[in-house]
Ligand binder design. Structure first.
Ligand code: HEM
Length: 367
């Protein structure tokens, strides 16, 4: 009898113990899984009503802020679940960068329109003589048009990537816009090489004529004679305005090319950490420890800003080289400019050419 009572007591104790631990597990969570069933993520909300060494809120916030764990695969980037800088970049690109860029481009068109209305076309004041002088030889013209045509295609396909989605789908439909943008993107990637080659050749062809000198200061002080008739400040082969365009194209083009190559070969070319180290020598405080994704993000941002600034400047160049000034286009068209045009805009260069040779000025090769 006593043994029977003992067996019943042991059974009761076992049942009680089983019930006690079962209820305990349900309340505190199943060991090994970490989360209590009632606290697992559901309906998109993050569990956050219990604390351990680190609360769930802190845990998810750390992931959201880009905390990096360790991974055993070679691609170390995989250790970071969320890289929030991408959000900031997109907000900047679709916000201030697009807005200011748009105003910059529209503003330069308006300014040129106003300039045309106020000043009109800059004429050859002494009239066309019919006698010409060679301004650019065929190689120089080839280099100019290689750079110019590639830049124009890069500008149009690039602008489409930034602004196209706001306008073009409503005109031609989403499907056609998608195909257009895909081919535009291929063109952008490949034609970039022609532009890079163009600016390298342009640099070597014209650098010796674009070293600043005192005549440039005088030319700038006189506003280049752009704003008043009858004013023609002396200039050699290139005046100060053209030298500015040349250096904008070379320095801006090199910067566009560098950031473009960093985008063509992401995670392989890293230029911004090094550039920031150099800039910080002047007292700035740019980050110099950049992850490869941050490198690509800086490249994308810089590429866009540089492109917008350069397009605005080149619009002004195209204006003055075509409708804005009589006789200018011939320089890059046939290569022969009217001698009166050359005397008005580049008198020192014409004198140099004449002093080189006593013969007729027409068809003379450039210096
Ligand atoms: C697409 C239309 C363009 C036209 C009609 C045009 C016209 C001209 C003309 C007429 C000149 C010679 C000026 C002179 O003889 O004194 C010139 C020179 C030059 N062009 Fe262009 N150009 C165009 C596009 C470009 C582009 C896209 C670039 C570079 C991205 C460029 C870069 C240069 C440079 C560096 C010079 C020498 C400096 C100067 O004259 O300003 N051009 N262009």
């Amino acid at each position: 009898m006593a043994a029977k009572i003992m067996r019943s007591l042991v059974r009761l104790t076992l049942v009680a113990a089983f019930l006690f631990f079962s209820i305990g597990f349900v309340q505190t969570g199943i060991p090994g899984l970490g989360l209590a069933p009632a606290q697992a993520q559901s309906a998109g909300s993050v569990p956050c009503n219990w604390s351990g060494n680190i609360s769930d809120t802190q845990f998810w916030r750390a992931i959201r802020k880009g905390v990096t764990g360790t991974v055993s695969i070679p691609d170390r980037k995989a250790g970071q679940l969320v890289q929030s800088d991408g959000d900031e970049l997109r907000a900047f690109r679709q916000g201030p960068m697009s807005q200011f860029g748009g105003w910059l481009l529209i503003g330069s068109l308006i300014l040129l329109g106003l300039f045309y209305v106020g000043r009109g076309r800059i004429e050859v004041e002494s009239g066309l003589s019919g006698k010409t002088i060679e301004r650019f030889n065929s190689f120089e013209r080839f280099v100019h048009w290689l750079t110019a045509s590639s830049f124009v295609i890069l500008a149009l396909t690039g602008l489409n990537m930034l602004y196209g989605k706001y306008v073009i789908p409503t005109l031609i439909g989403k499907e056609a816009f998608a195909s257009l943008t895909m081919f535009g993107k291929f063109a952008h990637d490949w034609i970039a090489w022609a532009f890079i080659l163009g600016i390298i050749m342009m640099f070597f062809s014209w650098v010796r004529h674009n070293i600043p000198n005192m005549a440039d200061i005088r030319w700038l002080m006189a506003g280049g004679g752009m704003f008043s008739k009858g004013v023609h400040p002396p200039a050699r082969r290139f005046n100060a305005g053209q030298k500015i365009i040349f250096w904008v194209v070379i320095v801006g083009g090199a910067s566009l090319s560098g950031s473009g190559l960093a985008l063509l070969f992401p995670f392989e070319i890293e230029m911004f950490a090094g550039t920031f180290k150099i800039i910080n020598v002047f007292g700035f405080n740019f980050p110099t420890e950049l992850s490869s994704i941050q490198e690509t993000q800086y490249a994308l941002m810089w590429h866009g800003i540089m492109a917008l600034v350069m397009i605005a400047i080149i619009i002004a160049h195209i204006y003055i080289g075509s409708v804005g000034m009589e006789g200018a286009f011939d320089a890059v068209g046939t290569g022969q400019v009217d001698i009166n045009w050359a005397r008005e805009h580049h008198n020192l260069w014409v004198q140099e050419m004449e002093s080189m040779d006593e013969g007729p000025v027409s068809n003379r090769a450039p210096e």
